[in-house]
Ligand binder design. Structure first.
Ligand SMILES: Nc1nc2c(ncn2[C@@H]2O[C@H](COP(=O)(O)OP(=O)(O)OP(=O)(O)O)[C@@H](O)[C@H]2O)c(=O)[nH]1
Ligand SMILES: [Mg+2]
Length: 630
């Protein structure tokens, strides 16, 4: 990191702390002016003050550590930027709401009553939870600054527990920007780092009290234990953190074209965008899904636009995370207009990311010391774990990394452990296409590598925000809304319920016995709970149309069928277990039993990546078009 950037970053952090200080002052003034103590408001003030103190502390430490061996690393700066962006989004949203309060002063409500209108209880709770996550992230960053070298800082930040904390704030910001106060964000962001840095510092007398307080110190110590000191790390925390893949998305809210989804809030593209990556300029579905899209994006259709019919249907694509929603859209996209070279190129980074992160997860889960120690793979394991963004930015796997991944993957020790996992259903999370990509490692490493259709369909990037895809078929225009299925994303489903004509549910038929990345429990149990919750949700029309698409049929092996049928929910199947059609009919019947609304229309279909994208798309569309009456 060059000196100017580090100093600029420290200045921007300090500036952000000042902006937060102003919000705290506004809130405090409001509270004090009416001499009322609202608990939630006080909690908000307190949480913001803690955040501000953490930011000031970080600015100070970045300044003093610059030039030392532990001067901030690239990973540190990137994570700090993610955190700052999240803080800005929150403060900006709060500011906008408080500004509304000033404008409405004549409406006869008490000041506190007005605050409640502007910031209702559940919103305050959400802010409190997001602020808490931000504080955790900043404490993590502060903790890493205690490391001796910048390499050690990077290592700490790349641990899965650290990634989980940073990914959480990315998700929070993404949700915030997608659904709330998005317009205000652009205006706050227009304050450049330089401007922020030169604003007069606002500090509170209680800042130092917070930094030296027991709560703050305890939280710091906790972070030190979890992230800064492996020996003292809390086992349960590590165990749960292992369930989360350690992803690094290029967090970008600027790269795609924003639009208004009817009455949903839109996001203004940032004028200051300096992203020159051509891939990011393509307003196409595949490129937009591969980023943590912190806004609602519209894709241009890939399909040849025949004459637009005036019958237009909105299809809300939902289902648990990794159940195949985006894959279905990719298959539709590819079936009607094959991916061109430029589009294929944009997937390379994501595919490499999938491959590297899968291997990291495997090394952690299978115990790095034993794999590294017994089979002489210690160096390879170290190389893999130390790999950082810079090396992957070139979009090519460097030779050492490729060698490391294939040596570890092909080692008898790893193969034995992988088979053992499969046979004994060991409970740890691995992405769906792990084996596919690890077996293709040498092909992916080819300098001329261009992803195939199958590679594109197999790659995974958690969807965040709402991605749309439109096409015309059988005289109708279908607008698909693909919303992420991860827990943090599901709140957006409810916002979109009233807009949907059809709910298309991707149901992963063979995830029983697998670990949910979000939940930590059995993926099928989570999926069933979710299905029952949504299909009976009070915001779903009493005569709503549901299309359930059973996905991942290619993984429905005899073992997967017996795992499925041994579940309480699917018990009672007496017919031929080798007959997939009958098994699916049974699953459909069982799913239909939990639908309480008698006029809710549910139809069932299937899709599998193992067929061609065209067949996959046709199956899904056939089921949709059979739905009567849409
Ligand atoms: N083997 C197999 N894998 C599939 C199938 N459908 C999807 N997948 C894989 O499952 C993974 C997740 O698929 P996505 O479509 O991205 O999942 P999603 O439901 O959009 O997930 P979120 O965006 O997190 O909600 C990807 O690696 C896909 O390639 C299938 O039919 N068979
Ligand atoms: Mg998705």
């Amino acid at each position: 990191m060059d000196p100017a950037s580090v100093i600029g970053l420290a200045g921007a952090v300090a500036g952000l702390a000042d902006i937060i200080a102003r919000t705290v002052m506004t809130l405090s003034d409001l509270r004090n002016a009416y001499n009322q103590s609202d608990f939630k408001l006080s909690a908000l003030i307190c949480q913001l003050s803690t955040l501000k103190a953490a930011l000031s502390h970080i600015a100070e430490m970045v300044n003093t550590s610059y030039g030392n061996a532990s001067s901030p690393s690239t990973q540190f700066c990137e994570d700090l930027r993610v955190s700052m962006y999240g803080c800005e989004a929150m403060v900006s949203a709060l500011d906008t709401r408080l500004a509304k309060f000033h404008q409405n002063e004549t409406n006869g409500l008490t000041i506190l009553g007005k605050i409640e209108v502007v910031l209702d209880e559940s919103t305050i709770d959400e802010y409190l939870s997001m602020l808490n996550n931000q504080t955790n992230a900043l404490q993590l960053l502060l903790t890493t600054l205690q490391c001796q070298t910048s390499l050690a800082i990077d290592k700490k930040l790349q641990e899965s527990s650290s990634r989980r904390i940073i990914n959480q704030i990315r998700d929070d910001t993404s949700s915030l920007v997608s659904l709330y106060d998005t317009a205000s964000l652009a205006s706050t962001k227009s304050t450049g780092a330089q401007d922020i840095a030169t604003t007069s510092p606002i500090s509170f007398s209680f800042d130092s009290e917070i930094v030296t307080s027991r709560v703050y110190q305890t939280a710091m110590r906790y972070q030190l234990r979890v992230s800064g000191n492996d020996d003292g790390a809390d086992e349960s925390d590590i165990a749960s953190s292992r369930l989360g893949i350690n992803r690094r998305f290029s967090f970008s809210v600027h790269s795609e074209k924003a639009f208004d989804l009817e009455d949903s809030p839109s996001v203004k593209p940032d004028q200051g965008d300096t992203n020159t990556n051509p891939a990011s300029k393509i307003a196409s579905y595949p490129s937009s899904t591969r980023r943590e899209t912190a806004k609602i994006v519209q894709s241009t259709t890939f399909l040849p636009r025949t004459e637009r019919s005036n019958v237009s249907k909105k299809i809300l694509l939902i289902g648990s995370s990794e159940s195949g929603k985006s894959t279905l859209i990719k298959s539709l996209s590819c079936a009607f207009d094959p991916f061109d070279e430029q589009t294929r190129q944009t997937y390379i980074e994501e595919i490499i990311e999938n491959c590297v992160e899968t291997m990291r997860l495997l090394v952690i889960e299978t115990d790095i010391d034993r794999v590294g120690g017994d089979s002489g793979l210690r160096n390879e394991c170290r190389l893999l774990m130390e790999d950082n963004d810079d090396r992957r930015a070139s979009l090519k796997m460097c030779e050492g990394l490729v060698g490391a991944i294939s040596s570890i993957w092909q080692s008898s020790e790893m193969q034995m452990r992988f088979d053992h996992r499969r046979q004994h259903q060991e409970m740890y999370y691995l992405p769906t296409s792990s084996e596919y990509f690890l077996n293709s490692i040498s092909r992916l490493a080819d300098p001329n590598y261009l992803p195939t259709d199958s590679d594109i369909l197999r790659s995974y990037c958690k969807t965040s925000g709402v991605c749309t895809f439109e096409f015309n078929s059988a005289g109708r225009t279908y607008n698909f809304y693909d919303v992420g299925g991860a827990r943090s994303q599901r709140r957006k489903w409810i916002e979109l319920f009233p807009k949907a004509d059809v709910f298309m549910w991707t149901f992963d038929i063979c995830c029983s016995g697998e670990v949910s990345q979000d939940h930590g429990g059995d993926s099928m149990e989570e999926q069933l709970e979710l299905w029952e919750f949504v299909v009976n949700h009070h915001r779903i029309d009493f005569d709503a149309n549901f299309v359930v698409i059973f996905t991942k049929l290619d993984k429905l092996t005899p073992e997967a069928i017996s795992r499925l049928l041994s579940m309480e929910f699917f018990r009672g199947y007496e017919k031929d277990r080798t007959d997939v059609d009958m098994v699916l009919d049974h699953a459909a019947e069982r799913l239909a039993t939990v639908v309480r609304g008698t006029r809710i229309n549910v139809s069932f279909g299937r899709a599998s990546i193992a067929t061609s994208p065209t067949m996959m798309a046709e199956e899904a569309m056939r089921t949709l078009e059979q739905l009567n009456p849409i």
